[in-house]
Design a protein around this ligand. Sequence first.
Ligand SMILES: Nc1ncnc2c1ncn2[C@@H]1O[C@H](COP(=O)(O)OP(=O)(O)O)[C@@H](O)[C@H]1O
Ligand SMILES: Cc1ncsc1CCOP(=O)(O)O
Length: 215
Amino acid sequence: MAETADAPERASAFVKGAVELVRATGPLVHCVTNLVSMDLAANAVLAAHASPAMVHAPEEASGFARIAGCVVVNVGTIDALWAEGMTAAVRAAAGSGVPVVLDPVGVGSDRMLVGVCDNGQELLTRVTAAGCALSAVCGAFLAAARPAAAADAAMSALAALAFYGGAADAAAEAIKGRGGTPGPGSMRSELLDQLHSASPQEVQDRSRVQFATIE
Ligand SMILES: Nc1ncnc2c1ncn2[C@@H]1O[C@H](COP(=O)(O)OP(=O)(O)O)[C@@H](O)[C@H]1O
Ligand SMILES: Cc1ncsc1CCOP(=O)(O)O
């Protein structure tokens, strides 16, 4: 198995295109997510110029999944009702060719991605649901791109990572630029502002990402 890394310039150009696509299409992202993350995940999807629907009721979940651009399933506070809604959503998505993002919460999944992103702020580990919100933003990128192949899906997810991590980097800079010290509270709100206001070109310029192709 040979591994080759794309040039960072091509990778960051891909990130810009992915951000433009989300902005142009404003896709519907159906999130079946945990109780803790609902607010931040919905706000992050909105800030990214996509449209969230937080729907977990079994009687509603399959209908929403069929019309969504992507279904994001997060098992953080799962119970029997949630599990039923998730199953209904995933089955309906699979039957309609709608991509699904699984956030297993507590289980590292970065190794499943093909590529490297150096954007991001460690402080986000002190903001609950920051990872869940990233999963929802990944859903927006997948919904906009509708990749047919797994490798393309991994690239969309990495573009989302660069977008989100880059927004966190910009948030820390903005807070410091105002003479402040980034903390969990200021980072949470400034992250949403940066997700919302960053232009595709700014995202590209800020991105520190490399895509690898596995042959
Ligand atoms: N050491 C780090 N350096 C840069 N960014 C980080 C670091 N740790 C976490 N992050 C960012 O913060 C987000 C939330 O982190 P974390 O709370 O560990 O995720 P999760 O909710 O998936 O457990 C990550 O998705 C990543 O964007
Ligand atoms: C605190 C908590 N408890 C159950 S799910 C959850 C949120 C987990 O999200 P994150 O790992 O992104 O903080």
